[in-house]
Design a protein around this ligand. Structure first.
Ligand SMILES: [Zn+2]
Length: 165
């Protein structure tokens, strides 16, 4: 464990490359019975482990990674949920554990608010960068999200917001 402070923002350096995994999509978090809603399907035993879920009257969701590049080479990676068309969830599920997974691409909508920007429901296109990981958020038709995905961001802006999650 390092006790070195960051020369740029003073925070411990090991706070700079965190992985932040959202347990539930925000619309499911807001539902009275959350993932216990009758008829809910999840890919794994619980929401934290699951990579796909469908909740009646709320929607279908798939996990993706959303990396935020910070200055000086650090990256905060959000494990987010994307809302997808329920019919598309079936085709995603069909290839998820197959060799063709590496070619999977789909369009979803952010189902978690990303600190400090928010951007809930912004559209995003995914690509598989590593067959052992969930797809990555790659680009967006929403100019702000597209910029968030491409630019480098100051430590304070992102880390102060992430510490509230
Ligand atoms: Zn820093």
């Amino acid at each position: 464990m390092t006790t070195d402070g960051c020369p740029s923002c003073g925070r411990p350096l090991d706070a700079h490359d965190r992985h932040v995994r959202f347990t539930l999509p925000d619309p499911v978090l807001d539902a009275p019975d959350r993932e216990m809603t009758a008829g809910t399907w999840m890919s794994h035993a619980d929401a934290r482990e699951s990579v796909m879920m469908q909740v009646p009257d709320i929607g279908a969701f798939v996990r993706a990674l959303l990396p935020i590049r910070l200055t000086e080479g650090h990256t905060i990676t959000f494990g987010v949920w994307l809302a997808v068309n329920p019919r598309e969830l079936q085709s995603i599920h069909a290839v998820w554990w197959e060799p063709t997974y590496r070619h999977l691409r789909f369009t979803g909508w952010l189902a978690n608010a990303i600190p400090p920007w928010g951007m809930l429901a912004a559209p995003v296109e995914t690509v598989v960068r590593d067959p052992d990981q969930t797809p990555y958020c790659d680009r967006s038709g929403d100019p702000r999200l597209d910029r968030v995905l491409r630019d480098e961001w100051p430590h304070d802006l992102v880390l102060a917001a992430v510490s509230q999650v």
